[in-house]
Design a protein around this ligand. Sequence first.
Ligand SMILES: Nc1ncnc2c1ncn2[C@@H]1O[C@H](COP(=O)(O)OP(=O)(O)OP(=O)(O)O)[C@@H](O)[C@H]1O
Length: 330
Amino acid sequence: MPTADQIKALLSSHAEGDEAQFFAVAMQIAAAEARVGHGKFAEELRALIDKAKNRVAIEAASPIPLAKPRGELADILSVSYPKTNLSDMVLGKPLERRLSRVIREHKAVRHIRSNGLSPRRKLLLVGKPGTGKTLTASALAGELGLPLFVVRLDGLITKFMGETSAKLRLIFDSLKQTRGVYLFDEFDSIGSERGLANDVGEIRRVVNSFLQMVEQDHSDSLIIAATNHIGLLDRALFRRFDDIIEFDLPDEDQIKLLLQTKLSGFKVLKIRWATIAQSALGLSYADIVRAVEDSIKTALIEDREAISHVDLATCIDERKATLVGGGAAT
Ligand SMILES: Nc1ncnc2c1ncn2[C@@H]1O[C@H](COP(=O)(O)OP(=O)(O)OP(=O)(O)O)[C@@H](O)[C@H]1O
């Protein structure tokens, strides 16, 4: 018979989701049974362990079933399977730490849940256009191997005026059924009255439904709301999020790293990185990526092998010229 310590070790490894330890203890029990002459019982145990190990191996190896929104959901949810990682992004240390924390909590979801806690799963991302909010949702999905579902709230509201709450319910049902990262982009379109001046009562109902559904949601999916206009959001929405994460325009070091990363596959000629990084201050990540792409195209059009300082500086200046009112150009 297994000892009390073995039973304890078995249960605690199960509670911690430590499969390797669970199987190791189970094998020890089988070996002990064989030693005391219970050969048949030991064989049965080993067969059961092999069967369980196979199941775990199959689950780990199988990709997430391709989830494709159907029917009404297809109009409001789009799905992708991003391969992006956090390391593909240029991030300041504090932001990187916060996002890594979310990933680590989700990777340990079973362990965290078995201790009566819940991982951070409701995030509000706030920042100017082109500062990486959407990319972050992709990176979280990519890191966790989950599908990314993008909810177009502005489309949802204008298209289904009067039935928006029912559509939201469909999304929250999907959230329970299919674990994924659900991005509510342009979230201010439900959190504010902007663009809906004709029907303030309806938007109030939508906000209330969202508040209720988000509060009642205990699924393992990640809910990410992104907005460029935090000032427009209903204050009651803030409390529903586990984390509010701000995205800023890149500083000089981040610009330099972004430029160098984006140009890493190309030949460059005497680029004075610090000078260019300084001149690009005020641009968003998206603006800078576009300026880099423009500079590559310039060199290609002119049939030159290398991208010069002037190519890049000119494209950065052009982007800066499109800045409206001192904000990011995107
Ligand atoms: N931190 C980053 N590191 C590297 N590239 C970035 C970063 N942030 C943004 N980018 C680049 O800018 C593009 C646009 O970023 P993204 O769509 O995530 O911005 P956003 O904040 O969601 O903008 P919007 O509010 O307009 O939707 C990305 O596809 C990527 O090329």
